[in-house]
Structure formats: structure tokens, C-alpha cells
Design a protein around this ligand. Structure first.
Ligand SMILES: C[S@@+](CC[C@H](N)C(=O)[O-])C[C@H]1O[C@@H](n2cnc3c(N)ncnc32)[C@H](O)[C@@H]1O
Length: 271
């Protein structure tokens, strides 16, 4: 792939997904494009690029996106923040309403589902024995269709579950050979959906969330896309709803519309 071809492809992918590949990523992108050109039999870049742009149902574009996204994740990632959600944020959300309370949480950029199931475990643990009636559900979305298939299956290797507290491992997972599979009661709480955070039509349908977890996703965007997504998140949250970013990410640098709340275990943004 020439530099010019890379730049055309890079700008196209940016417009479609918000993902921004700087020139240092040329080799990374070129390798994956070569793989897809071989699989599709497109003889040259011009033909392959035409397929990406005009191919039916954007099928080839989806295949390439599946190869280009970084999907690293694991259960109970960033424990202190999750502790804050469990012990400080959930009681606040529940306490602010009269029962019955139904909590809606969104894992935006859920990858293979570990974050979403982690949130389901926490919500179950924190709400099951409440005297007042509290129920909860988790929406989990990603642009990558391959990771969503893994997420829906809900079976994981030892690496993914390495930070799951032992009592939760025995309560919420069943051992199947080398895999740890989430139990049905957990799966029922989580709805996985294909969603591009930069697709205005799709994202406008996401409304009424008490908390959004968008961790380690915005790092792959540039400032303009981050701002656009942050404004959508604002609309997707109920008044007083919370947004959790990865530890290296800062909402204040993106937009001032969220308040920064200082809790004992973490700093969280609030609508
Ligand atoms: C590194 S993973 C983060 C997983 C999880 N949130 C965590 O912190 O462990 C980033 C995910 O964001 C997804 N992603 C990237 N761009 C996206 C977009 N425009 N819309 C939706 N998801 C996107 C990727 O497919 C990937 O699965």
C-alpha cells in the first residue's frame, strides 16, 4: 500500500468509525488490508477500496473493522473504579429514587463482553438483597461483530478471569474443559448489540442510562470524535447519571459538560 492509498483509507475509516490511524500505523493497517485483499481476491488496492466503499451492506468494511480494532479486555479490569461503582455509585442511584428501581447500565465498546458481565455480577451482588425492589440490566455494544459473537457465547480462558474474586468465580461461572462459562442468570441480564458510537442514528436510540462505562475506547479516537461521542453520552444518561472512562482518559479534556465527582475509590464524571 502506498502512502497515498493509506491516507485515503485512513480518512475513510475515520469518517465511518472515529478510529484514527496515524502514519506510524501504516504497517499495521497495510498488513490487515493485504489479508483482506487476499481473502476477497481483489487484485489491487483500487478495487479493494471500491469494495469497501460501495460493497453491498458494507460487509467488507465490517470485515476490515473486525481486524483493525483493539479488543484487549478482562474481567474486573480497574478494580478500584468498579469498587466505587459497587459501593458508592449504586447506593446513590438507588437511594435517589422510590422503589421499584430499575437500573440501566451501558458498556460502550464492550469487546468480548468481560466488562459487561463484570457489571452484571456487581449489580446482582449489590441489588439482590435490597429490601426495596431493585432490578438491573446491562446493554453492551461494540462495532466489531466478531467480538460480539464471543461475548454472546460467554466462555472465557483462564487469562480473562484471572482477576475474578474466587467467590464470584464459583458463583457465576461453570467450568467447561479449559473454559469458564458465565451462568445463564448472568447472561439474561446482558443484551449485546452491534453499534458504532459514531453512527448518529444508532446512538440516538440509546437513552435512559443510569451509568455508562466507556473505558479504553476513546483512546483510539481523535479529539473531534471524542467530543461527538461524549455529547451523545450526555443525552443517553438520565439526569445525575454517571460516566466511567479508563484510567488514562479524561472527560474534562474533551468537554466541560460533565461534573467531576470525587469518591473514596475513584474520580467519576456525572451529568
Ligand atoms: C480495548 S477495547 C475496551 C474493552 C472494555 N471496555 C475494557 O475497558 O476492557 C476497545 C473496544 O472499543 C471498540 N470500538 C472501537 N471503535 C468503536 C466504535 N466507533 N464504536 C463502537 N465500538 C468501538 C473496539 O471494537 C473494542 O472492542
Amino acid at each position: 500500500m502506498t502512502r497515498e492509498e493509506f491516507l485515503r483509507l485512513r480518512d475513510f475509516l475515520y469518517r465511518k468509525t472515529g478510529l484514527y490511524f496515524d502514519e506510524k500505523k501504516l504497517y499495521f493497517v497495510a498488513r490487515r488490508v493485504a489479508e483482506r485483499m487476499e481473502a476477497t481476491g481483489a487484485g489491487d488496492f483500487r478495487r479493494y477500496f471500491a469494495e469497501l466503499r460501495f460493497g453491498p451492506g458494507e460487509k467488507e468494511l465490517q470485515q476490515l473493522i473486525n481486524l483493525l480494532t483493539v479488543n484487549e479486555t478482562y474481567f474486573f479490569r480497574e478494580y478500584a473504579q468498579l469498587k466505587c461503582f459497587a459501593e458508592e455509585v449504586i447506593p446513590l442511584l438507588v437511594g435517589a429514587r422510590s422503589p421499584p428501581v430499575h437500573l440501566r447500565v451501558w458498556s460502550a465498546g464492550c469487546a468480548t463482553g468481560e466488562e459487561a458481565y463484570t457489571l452484571a455480577i456487581i449489580l446482582k451482588e449489590m441489588t439482590e438483597n435490597q429490601p426495596e425492589k431493585v432490578t438491573a440490566e446491562v446493554y453492551a455494544t461494540d462495532i466489531n461483530t466478531a467480538v460480539l459473537e464471543v461475548a454472546r457465547r460467554g466462555c472465557y480462558g483462564a487469562r480473562a478471569v484471572r482477576e475474578v474474586p474466587p467467590q464470584y468465580l464459583s458463583r457465576y461461572f461453570a467450568r467447561e474443559g479449559d473454559c469458564w462459562c458465565v451462568v445463564a442468570s448472568l447472561k439474561e441480564m446482558v443484551k449485546f448489540q452491534h453499534l458504532n458510537l459514531l453512527d448518529r442514528t444508532q446512538i440516538r436510540r440509546m437513552r435512559g442510562f443510569d451509568a455508562i462505562f466507556c473505558r479504553n475506547v476513546l483512546i483510539y479516537f481523535d479529539d473531534a470524535s471524542r467530543r461527538e461521542v461524549a455529547l451523545h453520552f450526555y443525552d443517553a444518561l438520565v439526569p445525575g447519571g454517571f460516566i466511567f472512562l479508563g484510567h488514562a482518559e479524561s472527560m474534562s479534556r474533551i468537554t466541560p459538560i460533565f461534573k467531576l465527582r470525587r469518591f473514596a475509590n475513584a474520580l467519576i464524571y456525572q451529568k
